[in-house]
Design a protein around this ligand. Structure first.
Ligand SMILES: NC(=O)c1ccc[n+]([C@@H]2O[C@H](COP(=O)([O-])OP(=O)(O)OC[C@H]3O[C@@H](n4cnc5c(N)ncnc54)[C@H](OP(=O)(O)O)[C@@H]3O)[C@@H](O)[C@H]2O)c1
Length: 317
């Protein structure tokens, strides 16, 4: 039986972002139309009083927290205090106020960076807090871990029905294609698209191409969130956060070849092995979420084709 209904009032924080907008679309596809989607201009989640007032006025019954200060390695290393403080404030303001306001269910989005740098692969949920974090994003990761633990603590002490999902790398509509600050997949799409447009004979990618990574289409994440809100009720003393991914990874070399093919690039791909590779493999163990009955639907080939088409459309506008 579904734990949410069409008469619920959904508050989606971060609904203009990549993950939040996909969750909103997925809720709509499942006929959950009562959605409150305040922008940062409507409601700055860093302001506790504004958050409390908003909840008192709008009375949501289900909350999705997909707002966060998000950024790449460069931003994390340059602004550690902003990443730690802003994320702690946003999530504490929203989660505590949701609980105090009588919200029925809350979904908090974390990230795979919460796990130790040298966790066994594929990474199980139980690896949390068993080792040191990746230093370049530990500020962000520590805030996210505090968010998961706050959900857990409120459930234990007050019975607040808060759950968390930890998605792997996302791609798809709403992604960020900034030339310096984007993640590997959007960066490759931009690079190969530009090379194709100017008939460049080759594209040079960073590293050896051998590290393996996992990618989830953001619309699959949206479906996973709706599924979790509908059906996942953590058992007593069980996990309150679950990994979400495809269960499938590929090398960066295979990824670059797939992006080259999707963008129509026919030149040579070169590898600059003087550039760092990062960790050799990063894959989430998604068996716990799969056991609940959810599986990602979008193949990488289909997801890449639609994402590249959307990116190319945006470039022409
Ligand atoms: N993208 C990925 O690959 C990925 C992977 C795993 C997990 N996640 C998780 O998914 C969540 C969302 O990430 P995303 O990729 O969707 O990021 P995003 O596209 O940057 O969206 C973040 C959203 O948060 C909003 N926000 C930030 N600070 C705010 C504030 N003070 N008040 C109100 N709104 C604020 C932003 O509003 P503005 O647009 O106004 O700035 C934006 O809409 C994060 O928790 C992230 O850890 C993402």
């Amino acid at each position: 039986m579904s734990l949410i209904t069409s008469s619920d009032r959904f508050a989606i924080f971060g609904a203009r972002g990549m993950a939040g907008s996909a969750i909103s679309r997925a809720l709509e596809r499942s006929s959950y139309y009562q959605q409150l989607k305040p922008s940062r201009q409507d409601l700055d989640l860093l302001d506790p009083l504004a958050v409390q007032q908003w909840f008192a006025e709008e009375q949501p019954t289900v909350v999705v927290l997909a707002a966060a200060k998000v950024g790449g390695i460069h931003a994390n290393v340059t602004y550690p205090a902003d990443f730690l403080l802003q994320n702690l404030k946003i999530q504490t303001n929203v989660i505590e106020t949701a609980w105090r306001s009588g919200v029925r269910r809350l979904l908090f989005l974390g990230s795979s960076c919460i796990y130790p740098k040298f966790a066994d692969q594929p990474i199980k949920e139980e690896a949390l807090l068993t080792g040191a974090l990746e230093p370049t994003n530990e500020w962000y990761a520590i805030a996210k871990i505090a968010g998961i633990k706050l959900c857990d603590a409120l459930r234990q002490q007050h019975g607040f029905d808060a759950i968390s999902l930890m998605p792997t790398n996302l791609y798809g509509p709403g992604d960020h294609y900034h030339p310096m600050n984007s993640h590997v997949l959007p960066a490759l799409i931009r690079r190969f698209h530009e090379a194709t447009k100017c008939n460049a004979p080759s594209v040079t990618c960073w590293g050896s191409g051998t590290p393996k990574r996992e990618f989830l289409h953001v619309d699959d994440l949206g479906e996973a969130c709706v599924f979790a809100l509908k059906y996942w009720k953590p058992v007593e003393n069980g996990l309150t956060y679950l990994n979400v991914g495809t269960g499938f990874d590929l090398t960066i070399r295979e990824l670059a070849e797939a992006v080259a093919s999707a963008t129509g690039f026919t030149g040579t791909i070169k590898w600059d092995t003087n550039k760092p590779d990062g960790t050799p493999k990063k894959q989430l163990d998604v068996s716990a979420f799969s056991k609940l009955g959810w599986k990602a639907k979008t193949s990488l080939a289909d997801g890449l084709a639609s994402t590249v088409a959307l990116f190319q459309e945006l470039q022409e506008d």
